[in-house]
Ligand binder design. Structure first.
Ligand SMILES: C[S@@+](CC[C@H](N)C(=O)[O-])C[C@H]1O[C@@H](n2cnc3c(N)ncnc32)[C@H](O)[C@@H]1O
Length: 371
């Protein structure tokens, strides 16, 4: 196993045994704090739809009848401005709704919980939270696939670009004799159907765990907003921009194996724990789970509120800021540097394809109401 080193990445005092599967902390050149602008642009694309859903569905009179503190949580908040801006924005929308619908009542106090894995760089996150904020802030470390809060405690849960991270890879993918063993690739794109099925069933289990935990924590009438990179129903995964990139990553790693810088066995056993669900899959999972009503499940073009071509170098840096830990868990940092250098070149060679597929409707907004 590689001994990971960090370039401008905070280690949270966990140098001896770091949990590397996290976004890059700190404020350096490869930090998520400095490289999460594309995610923010995409969040802006669905902002109006989310505001509409809150305005239409969130029954503030009912919520305020049980508590004078409204509790919001962002799950998989990471580091940097995205979570702080989004949660402040959501709080303001809810506050405005109170002011217009309950003009004679006292405006409730707000408490915002920022959740991520315990390995997240919460210190850098705290430095982004304004001192003159009009809410109480707290960090909640731990996996959102488990319980994180007391029963019937939260009123609103938001999670963006986080639920597509799988909790782990299914065991059969490590078994060389299994049809789900993913030889020569790092993702399920263009892989045999058994590989994609293994990823899909892991996602199903993870989402079910997430919904079960939230079902206990959220009050009746509370709202869940999920923003997930998705795929249109029926579209082959290989058509996604991200899949084009993941396939090129696999090709580059195989080149490095041919050059004997890494072994083929390393590539075979490495799989990116990232999955893009389609709306039908989410709808079926939510219905089977039974605790929530679906208000919205829809896909949008993530580029629809900004123009121009994708900047391949900057995009790759964003990907690295978010996913470095997944690679560093398996490969030496020199190999990861080399892979990303070569990846940029490969992406430039297919830049027309990258730009055309990037405009597909792949940004999924899911709005659920606790029954
Ligand atoms: C790409 S970042 C998205 C950050 C932020 N929500 C945004 O929109 O910019 C994904 C985050 O989800 C977190 N995450 C993934 N799985 C998680 C889990 N099971 N529990 C808590 N956080 C998780 C990761 O640690 C990472 O910080």
């Amino acid at each position: 196993m590689a001994t990971p080193k960090f370039d401008s990445v905070s280690t949270n005092g966990e140098d001896k045994k770091p949990d590397l599967v996290r976004v890059n902390g700190g404020d350096g050149n490869l930090s998520y704090n400095k490289n999460s602008f594309y995610q923010r642009l995409s969040l802006n694309v669905v902002r109006e739809k989310m505001v509409d859903a809150i305005t239409r569905e969130l029954d503030v009179k009912k919520l305020s009848s049980t508590s004078n503190t409204i509790r919001l949580a962002d799950m998989g908040c990471a580091v940097g401005p995205n979570t702080v801006i989004t949660m402040q924005d959501i709080m303001q929308v809810i506050k405005n709704k109170y002011q217009s619908e309950c003009p004679d009542s006292k405006i409730p106090e707000f408490q915002i919980f920022f959740n991520d894995k315990s390995s997240n760089d919460f210190n850098t996150l705290f430095s982004c939270i304004p001192e003159d904020r009009q809410y109480f802030a707290a960090a909640v470390p731990g996996s959102f696939h488990n319980r994180l809060f007391p029963e019937a405690f939260l009123h609103f849960v938001h999670s963006a670009y986080a639920l597509h991270w799988l909790s782990g890879m299914p065991e059969e993918m490590q078994d060389e004799n299994s049809p789900a063993f993913n030889r020569g690739r790092v993702h399920y794109s263009s892989a045999p159907e058994e590989v994609e099925n293994a990823y899909a069933s892991q996602f199903d289990k993870d989402l079910d765990n997430f919904l079960n935990a939230r079902a206990q924590e959220i009050v009746s009438g509370g709202m869940v907003v999920l923003i997930v990179p998705g795929i249109p129903d029926g579209m082959p995964c290989s058509h996604l921009t991200n899949s084009i990139m993941y396939e090129l990553m696999g090709d580059v790693f195989m080149d490095l194996a041919k050059e004997e810088l890494i072994s083929e066995a390393q590539v075979d056993s490495f799989n990116l724990p990232i999955y893009s669900p389609c709306p039908a899959q989410i709808g079926q999972l939510v219905e089977k789970n039974g605790h929530f009503m679906v208000e919205t499940i829809e896909l949008t073009d993530p580029t629809s509120c900004y123009k121009g071509e994708i900047d391949i170098k900057m995009w790759t840096k964003h990907v690295r800021a978010a996913m470095d830990g997944m690679f560093l868990k398996y490969f030496e940092i020199g190999i990861v540097d080399e892979m990303f250098d070569r990846l940029v070149q490969r992406l430039f060679e297919v830049s027309d394809l990258v730009n055309s597929t990037y405009k597909d409707k792949t940004l999924m907004l899911v709005v659920l109401m606790r029954k």
